[in-house]
Design a protein around this ligand. Structure first.
Ligand code: FAD
Length: 432
């Protein structure tokens, strides 16, 4: 199907509408070119499922890195509980099992009328023509106030070299030292993630008998943003005397050289380790489509299409309309879920069919609290009416049905073990 242009495709799609009532996988003659930008949880999953469900659809995945290093479980790499190889995911199965084409490079420009993407590859610029373009570039960071050098004061909120830097700094901590970390303003990647990090670092310092060492959490938000019961108990009980939590601490300036930070809740000079996790926004290539007031790209949750119907944004970069106070979280599990909805919608569009309205998405996060115990959080969303803060319908979007928040007593070793089963099945569903 390599040289099939859009006009020929539409003619073929007319014939294909006869198959409209068949399940996706049965519509064998689906034709089209889909380019996917970003090989993380969103991008890898959409590439895989487009091929799995899409018959002859051509899929090219554009990603600058040779492997994806998952943020999921990366807090356990910080404490040496896991190795980096445990969270390193390759792309070869997408190629060999599913026939996804891989282009190593960074997408730098989009020509929507021409339906063409420009990619900077190691050997020069290349153009890719598409019928549909899916952007899954994850997060970028908002500019830091002050003098921030991530080599000196790492964020480790995109896993890889940053994780190793922070791990080495934590390993070098001694008695009485201070690990100071920030929690970005919501919405940000993985709502429980920062609190989980505070717990595993505190647990590590205790296990290494770093007497008097502290973990100081400076939260830009008014309260703990996920699992407040489990983390509240962890801070005030399990890790009492080690973790100090400060809400409403918005960062006003940072100086990496002196590891000093000024926040609306106070100033800390000369931290031993300063783990500055900045506020977040959509990845730059997705932000070209236009962002909302929080910095993410509004999408239609039935198709993940942006204002341009053939350009879709999934994963951490997108903003999904949701009931007030029940936002769709930015998680790898959710990116995987959105990717499947998006793949199905693209294949339907390629066949001239309308998007399915009967859709659901879900999210799950497991958070280690100690080296043997974990908490968990899950949430399920369905498409339909969404509500304002007064319970009045404010439009259509994703409404959260229920939330499984682990009460304190469910923070246990069973959850810790289940965490690996869950992660491995998400890794396999996205990358294998
Ligand atoms: C400490 C921590 C713990 C976490 N724990 C959990 C958890 O328990 N459960 C969970 O579900 N989620 C968890 N997450 C969140 C999860 O990692 C993210 O939500 C998820 O990775 C988002 O997927 P994505 O595809 O949007 O972005 P990513 O997975 O970040 O992938 C983005 C990809 O796009 C590529 N890219 C960027 N720009 C371009 C470009 N211009 N051209 C080409 N490629 C580009 C990048 O190289 C990257 O590979 C955690 C995150 C952190 C930081």
């Amino acid at each position: 199907m390599s040289n099939f242009n859009r006009r020929q495709f539409l003619q073929a799609a007319g014939a294909a509408t006869a198959c409209a009532a068949l399940p996706r996988a049965a519509s064998a003659n689906t034709y089209g070119r889909v380019v996917v930008v970003g090989g993380g949880f969103g991008g890898a999953t959409v590439a895989k499922y487009l091929r799995l469900w899409g018959g002859d659809v051509q899929v090219t995945l554009v990603e600058p890195n040779p492997t994806h290093i998952a943020c999921i479980l990366s807090n356990l790499v910080l404490t040496s509980a896991l190795s980096m190889s445990r969270i390193t995911l390759g792309y070869s199965a997408l190629q060999t099992n599913h026939g996804v084409s891989l282009m190593q490079g960074r997408a730098i420009a989009i020509d929507p009328p021409g339906k063409r993407l420009t990619v900077q590859t190691p050997t020069g610029q290349e153009s890719l023509d598409y019928d549909h373009l899916v952007l899954a570039p994850g997060i970028d960071f908002a500019p830091a106030p002050g003098l921030w050098d991530p080599n000196l004061t790492p964020h480790a909120w995109q896993a890889g070299e940053q994780t190793t830097r922070l791990k080495n700094q934590i390993a070098a901590m001694r008695n009485g030292d201070r690990f100071v970390m920030t929690v970005p303003k919501s919405p940000y990647r993985c709502p429980p993630g920062p609190y989980e990090r505070a717990c595993v670092v505190a647990d590590y310092l205790k296990a290494k008998r770093r007497t008097g060492a502290k973990v100081i959490v400076l939260d830009a938000n008014p309260s703990i943003q996920a699992e407040p019961e489990a983390f509240g108990r962890a801070f005030s009980d399990t890790h009492r005397g080690v973790i100090q939590y400060f809400p409403n601490a918005q960062v006003q300036s940072i100086d990496s050289a002196s590891r000093s930070i000024v926040t609306s809740a106070g100033t800390i000079n000369n931290a031993t380790v300063l783990n500055y996790i900045p506020n977040q926004k959509a990845g730059a290539i997705a932000a070209l489509l236009g962002v909302n007031s929080t910095g993410f790209v509004p999408v239609n949750p039935l198709t993940y299409a942006t204002a341009i119907s053939t350009i879709h944004v999934i994963g951490d970069s997108c903003a999904v309309p949701a009931s007030d106070g029940k936002a769709v979280p930015k998680s790898g599990h959710m990116a995987n879920s959105e990717a499947k909805v998006c793949a199905d919608a693209i294949l339907r569009a390629l066949n001239g069919e309308a998007a399915d309205q009967n859709i659901a998405t879900s999210s799950a996060c497991y958070s280690p609290i100690t080296a043997r115990t974990a908490s968990w959080l899950s949430a399920n969303f369905i498409y339909g009416d969404i509500y304002d803060a007064n319970g009045k319908v404010k439009g259509k979007g994703m409404h959260r049905l229920d939330i499984g928040e682990a009460p304190g007593q469910r923070v246990n070793n069973d959850s810790y073990q289940e965490m690996f089963t869950w992660a491995d099945s998400l890794f396999a569903d996205s990358f294998v």
